[in-house]
Write a protein that binds this ligand. Structure first.
Ligand code: URA
Length: 187
């Protein structure tokens, strides 16, 4: 584990730990406040993210930004990253070996950010962080506390593009995050 951001960012610079390195344009490491109390974890970069080097800048990200505005989350105040830092071809789900190869970077990010709340965006984030036994359908909207961190699993923003009901639930889950966070801050 690296003890500071500079070392961690240097350590990933030329990463070849998995096959995704052969097809990526940019490593999408993460963005936002490195001391955030709220962290969001997605699945992996898409085409826009791969091109620009930042997470959630495409269609799904724009929809997520709208939800942030609606519930009062300021994007720059939270930290956003993904399970894998390089784009899986055709936006397929990251394979187990890819997620595993990348997981130490994420662990290191979590240690350095030291968030109080982690929002898990979709099944890939949920299963890789909390375990394969969790299902997003059963877990979304419910707090799970582990090792002093509160986890809120919710839908992946890309799923909202296809399903209006999920949009409502996603907003509800983010509102719950905002409410719980203000309770924590005021306690
Ligand atoms: N989907 C993700 O999971 N992450 C991104 O950064 C973009 C789309």
């Amino acid at each position: 584990m690296e003890s500071n951001w500079e070392e961690l960012e240097n350590s990933i610079e030329d990463c070849k730990k998995c096959k995704l390195c052969t097809t990526r344009t940019n490593i999408v490491f993460g963005c936002g406040n490195k001391n955030a109390d709220i962290m969001m974890i997605g699945e992996g970069p898409g085409a826009d993210e791969d091109k620009q080097g930042n997470p959630f800048v495409g269609k799904a990200g724009q929809l997520m930004n709208k939800a942030f505005e609606g519930v009062g989350i300021v994007r720059d105040e939270i930290y956003i990253t993904n399970i894998v830092k390089c784009r899986p071809p055709q936006n397929r789900v990251p394979e187990d070996d890819e997620a595993k190869a990348c997981l130490n970077y994420l662990r290191n990010q979590v240690i350095l950010v030291n968030p109080k709340i982690i929002v898990l965006l979709g099944s890939t984030a949920l299963k890789n962080i909390l375990g394969k036994e969790y299902s997003i359908t059963a877990s979304r909207g419910k707090w799970i506390e582990k090792k002093g961190i509160l986890y809120m699993p919710t839908w992946h923003p890309a799923a909202l593009l296809r399903d209006e009901d999920k949009k409502i639930e996603f907003w509800k889950d983010l509102k719950e995050v905002v409410t719980r966070y203000s309770e924590i801050k005021n306690s």
